[in-house]
Design a protein around this ligand. Structure first.
Ligand SMILES: [Zn+2]
Length: 310
C-alpha cells in the first residue's frame, strides 16, 4: 500500500464477510492487511445478512457517501485498516433453498414476502450499499435437488434477478451476478438487462466459455476470477483468465469458499482475503503481466464498477 499511489491497492472483488464471526474477522482482516490486501466487496446473500453485518462488523464498513465525497482512491489513502464495501442480494442458491414448497414447487407467496423485505432493508440502509447482488442462475445438481422441475427453479431465480435489477436501477447501483451450470440463460438475461439500462455488472467467478469474454466486454460487463484457476483440473478457467480482455478483468477470493492451491501445494479448508495475493501471483503467470499492472487493473475496473467510467 502506498498513500502516494492508492490505485496500487489490492482489493478483493468478492468475499462473504458475514461468514466470519466478528472475533474471527479481526484476525482475518489483519492477515489480509499483512498480505497487502486492503479491502473487499462483501457480496450479499440475503437481506437479513446485510442487517447482521451492519451490526456485527460495523467498524470495517464504509458508507458510500464518504467515498462519493473523497473518491475511491482517496478513501484508501485516508483510511487505515481493512475496508468493507457491502452489497445486498437474493442469491440463487438461497432462492432454491428458501422458495421451495415441501412438495418441490415454487413458493411464490414466500418469494413475494422476501422480495418486499429485501426492498425495504435495502432502502433503509442504502447509504451503506455499494452494489446489488448476488443474483443469478444456478442449475447445478446440488441446487436442483428437491425441485420437481428445473423450469420452476429458473422461474424463481428469474423473479429474484428481476427484483435485484429493479432495485439496482432505483438506487443507481451495479449488479453482481452468480452463474453456475446456467451460462446460456444467464447470457440471455444479460442481453435483456443491458437493454433495460443496467450499465455496471460483474459476473463473479466467471465460468462461461472463454470465447464469450469478448461478447461480455462488448457490453461493458466485468468478469471476476478467483482461486479456481489454481486447481489442477481447472484448464478451462485458466484459459478464460488468459483470454479475458483487460478492460473487464477482476480478481476475487469468494471467501470463505473456493480456496486456492497455495504456492506450497496446500489448499486451505477455508478461504480468506489474504489469499488474494496467491491468486494474483498465479494470474501474473497466466497473463504474463506484472503484479503492479494487475493490481492497478483490478482497482480501476472495480472503481469503474462502483462509480462508472468517466
Ligand atoms: Zn459469492
Amino acid at each position: 500500500m502506498s498513500a502516494a499511489n492508492p490505485s496500487s491497492v489490492l482489493v478483493d472483488s468478492h468475499c462473504h464477510v458475514d461468514s466470519f464471526s466478528p472475533s474471527d474477522w479481526v484476525l482475518v482482516a489483519a492477515r489480509a492487511l499483512a498480505a497487502d490486501v486492503r479491502g473487499c466487496l462483501s457480496a450479499g446473500v440475503w437481506w437479513d445478512e446485510l442487517q447482521k453485518i451492519l451490526m456485527t462488523h460495523h467498524s470495517w464498513i464504509i458508507s458510500r457517501g464518504s467515498a462519493k465525497k473523497h473518491g475511491f482512491e482517496a478513501l484508501f489513502a485516508e483510511k487505515s485498516g481493512f475496508l468493507v464495501f457491502p452489497s445486498v442480494g437474493l442469491h440463487p442458491m438461497e432462492v432454491a433453498r428458501r422458495w421451495r414448497t415441501q412438495e418441490g414447487c415454487f413458493d411464490e407467496e414466500k418469494a413475494n414476502s422476501d422480495i418486499d423485505n429485501f426492498f425495504s432493508v435495502a432502502r433503509q440502509f442504502k447509504e451503506f450499499l455499494w452494489a446489488i447482488g448476488e443474483t443469478g442462475y444456478d442449475a447445478s445438481r446440488e441446487v436442483r435437488e428437491g425441485w420437481l422441475n428445473k423450469d420452476e427453479l429458473l422461474r424463481a431465480q428469474s423473479l429474484a434477478f428481476d427484483a435485484c435489477v429493479t432495485l439496482s436501477m432505483e438506487l443507481k447501483l451495479p449488479v453482481i451476478v452468480h452463474s453456475r451450470s446456467a451460462w446460456e440463460i444467464t447470457w440471455k438475461k444479460l442481453e435483456q438487462v443491458k437493454k433495460f439500462g443496467v450499465e455496471r455488472l460483474m459476473i463473479h467467478c466467471y465460468g462461461g466459455p472463454s470465447a464469450d469474454l469478448k461478447k461480455l466486454s462488448s457490453v461493458g460487463y466485468l468478469a471476476s476470477f478467483g482461486g479456481v484457476m489454481t486447481w489442477p483440473d481447472a484448464k478451462k478457467m485458466r484459459e478464460s483468465v488468459r483470454q479475458c480482455p483487460s478492460d473487464i478483468f477482476l480478481l476475487e477470493t469468494d471467501s470463505p469458499d473456493l480456496s486456492p492451491v497455495l504456492a506450497d501445494g496446500r489448499r486451505p479448508h477455508r478461504n480468506e482475503p489474504a489469499f488474494l495475493k496467491d491468486i494474483l501471483q498465479r494470474t501474473c503467470e497466466l497473463r504474463g503481466q506484472s503484479a503492479e499492472e494487475l493490481i492497478e487493473l483490478n482497482f480501476s475496473n472495480l472503481a469503474g464498477f462502483f462509480f462508472g467510467k468517466d
